[in-house]
Design a protein. Sequence first.
Length: 366
Amino acid sequence: MGLFRATGTSLFSFRCFMSVLPNQRHAIVPPLLCWFLCLTFSNVACAQQTQTLGNIFGRLHIARGDAPPQRVLVELHFRGATIDSAYCDTQGSFGFHNLLPNPYYVVVNDEHYQPEQRQVVITPSTLQPLVILDITLVPKEAARDGRDLPAKPSGANGNMTDVREYSSRFPKPAVKEYEKGIRADQAGKRDDAIRHYQKAIELAPGFYEAHNNLGSDYLSKSDFADARKEFEQAIAENQSDAAGYFNLSNACMLMNNLPDAQKSLEEGIRREPESAIGQFLLGSLDMKTGKLPEAEIALRQSIRLNPVMVQPRLQLVNLLLQQGKNNDAIQQLHEFLTTFPDNSFSPQARKVLEKLEGPSQAKSPK
């Protein structure tokens, strides 16, 4: 596709793909072709008051920075009482929404971890307040003996096993090759990672985590056909895992096989309806099939589920411009630059604003 044009404004395109890896849940690799885009935060007014409501978004990590290997309950306390609760998703993310200006406490009391409590103050604002928390959980076993528990690969799906579980299911040499593949991925050595995952699968053909990671690495190299085969095999080995379906849907989209992409995406969302990645892929697929109102709903839902995920925000601005909603797009670009002034896409956002409203106004958010 060429450059998208809206009312005479050309947008610089970029290629991005959201890969749902056990070890890199939000890895961005080529090449789902997206246009330059951004975020939206709608002003939420209380129906009975003039106060602006706020949101709390957070992520849980274990000591090594990985998402917890199980869903963890997070509670929201106000004046000593629990007023809301939510389980973190498979990336460790959680959120509380539509909160009146007040001091709150975000509390984690899980049997596997040391207790955590964070105070959050929602203050009145002309824009919708957003408070972002990053909470590192300390395993109780680690606190007792001074070491970390074996970590689950970063961003692993809740239905995927952690290292202790797959170590009991597969031969030790296969597990070692798999772990070497994860380390190679983390170091950016994709070819080495592919070799290790292939070896792990040779030793243990049913090692679905290795199939999923291998497919994601193939996808990063634009080897869509082989990627699809690996994701299909991962699903065959574990049909309860949403990540495999999301990855397969994305591979099918990249191959322009939209019916199969839709089918796989529906299966993934059925297993994990509150997935920000799933909603982002749904919005992208709806854009491809011309369902623009539905795409906007899905992208806004993805942003609500994960406010710090860049891709749905970028896709949303593109969608707004595609529909000729330039004023709305301008507003979202300004809010993006105000909230994320140092994001890698910020320089491009300023260029787009210069074209949409003129250089004097676009320079203000830095």
